[in-house]
Design a protein around this ligand. Structure first.
Ligand code: ADP
Ligand code: MG
Length: 342
């Protein structure tokens, strides 16, 4: 049995809490995910704007606390860690955000980014050792240190600034990087390079990623598995090839069918943003949150939210369409018709 590294257990986040808490809908609803020590992986959280992706990232980074559920790192509940364990968690679970410019102080040379973390986490005993670490980290992300060090943030491109953030995270020898839309502000050509670096860090340094995106094509490009969020709930999850080549949930089918084949750069953003948040409110009907938009909507969908039914060897869809096939899939074949093995 692999050893769990990082466990998100049945996380629910309701903002506001208090008296309104019961009526308010959950920004994230009963979300679970585990990373294992021995199996570094890139897990994508995909969903349109407002689906709860950043809420999940902020929970995983311990920036906000779950309303319900538990977050466990190396066997320790985040809320019950000792000072040393917490310090260790802060080093080993790193964040990369969408806007790299926002994380720089414009008045300091970029060197300060590295000096600060090296100092805070006591990674070096001398200035020379610190510089050596910085150089090595910049080289890992494909930057030439002598073209980067000594510069101010505005003298670098957006792609360079984002790669510096990856180098900064790498320097800390993290086990997991939570990357919330890390390439959505970077040119398409540079997106590929940055995502390739993620894959390199996974394969050669054993670093796992929680990769958050609204872009199904980059998810397909780099991740091992995927969770499709809609209005705070997981609609479908599984191996990324299975889910994208053979989507089962009507929502995933809608998303996949709307990616025009010749243009892999197509994005979902903006498509359904406003209707998604309206429906978040309407979905107080206790049923499936996708009900109002679902071409297969049935009466039972309004009664209670569908559980995750197995639809493939490592694929689940939260949809009553699969309620009857569940037994067949498990007992007979385990690979549904049309399933593309990978
Ligand atoms: P995403 O990152 O997928 O766009 P978010 O996690 O930011 O989604 O938001 C999910 C839902 O939670 C949205 O309906 C959003 O309006 C709400 N939300 C996010 N942050 C807060 C907050 N600090 N207070 C109240 N509601 C919030
Ligand atoms: Mg977000």
């Amino acid at each position: 049995m692999p050893t769990p590294l990082f466990e998100l257990r049945n996380l629910t986040k309701i903002y506001g809490g208090g008296l309104l808490g019961r009526q308010a809908s959950a920004a994230l609803d009963n979300f679970s995910l585990t990373f294992y020590e021995e199996e570094p992986k890139i897990t994508t959280i995909a969903g349109e704007s407002g689906s709860g992706k950043s809420t999940l990232a902020n929970l995983a980074l311990d920036f906000i606390h779950p309303t319900e559920g538990q977050i466990v790192y190396k066997g320790k509940d985040l809320g019950k860690m000792s000072r040393t364990e917490r310090f260790n968690f802060r080093r080993e679970v790193q964040a990369i955000f969408q806007d790299p410019f926002g994380t720089y102080n414009p008045f300091y040379k970029v060197d300060a980014v590295f000096d600060t973390v090296i100092g805070k986490f006591k990674l070096a005993h001398s200035k020379q050792e610190a510089l050596k670490l910085t150089w090595a980290a910049l080289e890992v992300v494909g930057l030439r240190p002598n073209e980067i060090l000594g510069k101010y943030p505005h003298q670098l491109s957006g792609g360079q600034r984002q790669r510096i953030m990856v180098a900064r995270a790498f320097l800390l020898k993290p086990r997991l990087i939570v990357a919330d839309e890390p390439v959505s502000m970077v040119d398409a050509s540079l997106q590929v390079r940055i995502l390739d670096i993620f894959r390199d860090l996974k394969e050669n340094y054993g670093i796992s990623f929680l990769y958050i995106t609204h872009d199904l094509s980059t998810a397909y490009q780099i991740s091992d598995d995927i969770y499709v969020l809609y209005s705070g709930s997981v609609m479908e999850n599984g191996n990324v090839d299975d889910v994208i080549q053979d989507p089962h949930h009507p929502y995933t089918q809608l998303l996949v069918s709307s990616i025009p084949v010749p243009d892999p750069d197509i994005r979902w953003e903006g498509r359904t943003t406003s209707s998604a948040s309206e429906l978040t409110v309407k979905a107080a009907n206790n049923g499936c949150k996708f009900y109002q938009r679902c071409p297969h909507a049935m009466d039972r969908c309004t009664v209670s939210p569908p559980p995750a039914y197995p639809v493939g060897p490592s694929q689940f869809a939260a949809c009553y369409l699969y309620a009857d096939t569940q037994a067949a899939v498990v007992a007979i074949d385990r690979s549904p018709v049309g399933h593309v093995a990978s």
